[in-house]
Each structure stands twice: as C-alpha cells, then as structure tokens.
Write a protein of this length. Structure first.
Length: 364
C-alpha cells in the first residue's frame, strides 16, 4: 500500500525506529512541508513525498475523470460519534449484517488508484497502533483516511504534525461550508455499480453533520455514545499512539490537551444543532454499553431505523438472518476502561448526551 504506508509497528516510541509516513496528494504534501524540517528524520523524505504527490495527482486526475459524472449516493448511512466510542465495532457489525458497500482499508489508503486497479488478492492485515486490534486490507475502514490523503482539510493532518493538531481541530469544528469535492468523488466511486445504500463511518463526520445534511438530504445518521470520562482517557492513549506511528514531529502535551478540550465543546455544539435540526427519522442514538451488552438488539434497532419504506422490508428480513452470522465474526468488547477527571465541560457534554439519548435513542 504505497500511498498510505499501512504497516505494523509497535506503539512504544522506544520501539519505533522511524515514523511510518503518510504520502498523499499535493495539497497534503505542501501542508506538511509548510511545517519546516521534520524533527523525526526519514531518509529522502522530501524527495519521496514529492515523487508520491506527483504520481498521486496523475492517478487521481485519471480517476476523477471517471468519477465526476457519477451521481452521489442518494441516502447513505453515516456512523459517527467521538473517537473511541465504539464506531469501529458498530461499523463492522452493520457492514456484516447489511452487506452495504463501504470503503475498504486498501481503498482509503490508496484513494488515487483504487478505482483504476483491482483489489489485492490477499487480505493482508496490520495492527492498529492504539489498541492492537487488526486492520484488514479488505475490511471496512473509515473514509477519513481517503479524505486526508486526497488533500481535503482533515484533523488527521495532526497525526503527521501534532504541533498543529489543535488548529486542525478548529478547522474541523467549523467545517460547515465547502464541498469536500475530492471526497465526494471518492464516495461516488464507492457507490458505483451498487444499488444498495452506502455505509460511511468516521468520528470526524460527527462535526460535519450540518454540511453532510446539505450534501445528502436523505442521509441517515447513527451516533454511538459512550461515557465521556472513558472516552477522554481512551483518546489520550489513541492520539499518542497514532502520533508515535505517523508523526514527523513529537506530540506536545499542551496541544493534545487543548485539542481534547476543544473537542468536548465542539461536540456540545453539534449535539445542540442535532436537537434543534434533526428528527428521529434522521438520527438514531446508540449506547456503547448497550452495544456491548446486547449487540443483537442494537443491530435490529439499526435495521428498523434504516428500513424507511415498504421496499426496505426484504432488506430488514435479510438483516435478521445475517445478524447472528455477523456477531460470530465481529468481536464486541469493552476494551480498557479508565476514567479521565471530571471537568465542567465534560459534565455539560454528558448532560446534552442525555438529551440526545432521550430524543433519538432506541425505543422498545
């Protein structure tokens, strides 16, 4: 996977000889170069990055010519929620139960060539830096990595240069305008040749909800929520592990702390927007605890939520027969459980999460 550099490395900085660079298009490369000389040296990095960007843009131009005339999916389903809330498990379960097309890892890390070539023959896998989970080349993946490498504004730029993580976050919190044109073309490619709904997942999309509602007026959103103290403690581990894996500079503690503080406040704002702007037909709230305790009931609730018309009745029947098989192949577990100190902003988020749960939550 030459563009994304998906590899297996340890999560202890002492065990990592060098970061694993993320090579993408010209816009991402120029953004990285604007940060100056990397602190963590990679032999020939500037030459390699420029070479990769040149080929990336040539390949993307060829792909874009094919993708631009295609229609956007009419009614995608988005899985969202804060990082470390269970979005990955829910994404994989919904994909396994529904059979809906969704971006695969090899596509997300090779977005400029994935529509010009065949998928890999072997389902290679790597270890997730933050929790030792497995990432399969032919497994469901969050489309944010494609968005990042294509050069669109992404908070994951901060994985490469953590010194600018907080400014990347500010750009995401305010991303309610703009078209994310290249990302839209990528989504067109995922939807091509499929009549089924498209399934997309990214915690980043949680903060783009107003924009996504404009781009996809018939989209539905499944938000998974988890105890915010657990989420924050897990986010500290995740961002540090991901930065150890990808960053060209060390991660300043104050940047990460400030980013997580901003994230909490931004989440309050977007959930307030949801309560004011979305109906129960547009958004479903799922609790991480419920997913772990009774995943079958949670998936049935998602199936009912997305079965909006009589034409979806057969799809719902398919879900019921497929859920048990999905649960045998996709593990659901609580993971590490530690708590971050309670802060006023966290309590404010917990309060509005309760309101969202009451408004959009699963009913029996």
């Amino acid at each position: 996977m030459s563009e994304g550099g998906l590899r297996t490395v340890g999560t202890n900085l002492a065990e990592v000889m060098s970061p694993q660079p993320l090579f993408g298009g010209r816009a991402l490369t120029d953004w990285v170069f604007a940060g100056g000389l990397p602190q963590r040296r990679i032999p020939g990095y500037r030459w390699r990055a420029n070479w990769q960007a040149w080929w990336f843009e040539r390949h993307w131009h060829a792909a874009e010519t094919r993708l631009a005339p295609l229609p956007l999916p009419a009614d995608p389903v988005f899985i969202m929620g804060l990082w470390r809330s269970g979005t990955t498990a829910l994404h994989e379960l919904v994909r396994a139960a529904s059979g809906w097309p969704t971006p695969f890892t090899w596509q997300c890390f090779n977005p400029s060539i994935c529509f010009l070539t065949e998928p890999p023959r072997a389902d290679a896998s790597a270890t997730r830096p933050m929790d030792a989970g497995r990432i399969a080349a032919l497994g469901a993946q969050e489309d944010e990595f494609a968005l990042l490498l294509l050069g669109e504004p992404s908070v994951y730029r901060g994985l490469i240069d953590p010194r600018r993580l907080r400014s990347c976050g500010q750009q995401l919190w305010q991303q309610r305008e703009g078209g994310l044109t290249r990302w839209q073309h990528f989504v067109r490619g995922i939807a091509a040749s499929h009549e089924a709904r498209v399934l997309l997942k990214s915690p980043n999309h949680s903060f783009r909800l107003p924009l996504l509602c404009r781009l996809f007026p018939r989209a539905q959103f499944v938000w998974i929520g988890r105890n915010i103290s657990e989420v924050l403690a897990s986010n500290v581990r995740m961002w540090r592990a991901m930065c150890e894996h990808y960053a060209l500079w060390e991660c300043p503690t104050e940047q990460l702390e400030g980013f997580l503080d901003d994230m909490v406040q931004a989440c309050v704002a977007v959930l307030e927007w949801c309560l004011e702007s979305l109906s129960r037909e547009r958004l479903l709230w799922v609790d991480f605890e419920s997913l772990c305790a009774d995943p079958r009931s949670t998936l049935i609730a998602v199936a009912r939520f997305t079965a909006r018309s009589s034409s979806d009745a057969s799809a719902f029947a398919h879900w019921e027969s497929a859920i048990d098989r999905a649960l045998q192949t996709v593990p659901v577990h609580f993971g590490q459980r530690s708590l971050a100190p309670a802060e006023p902003a966290s309590r404010a988020l917990e309060k509005i999460m309760d309101a969202a749960r009451n408004r959009f939550g699963i009913t029996t």
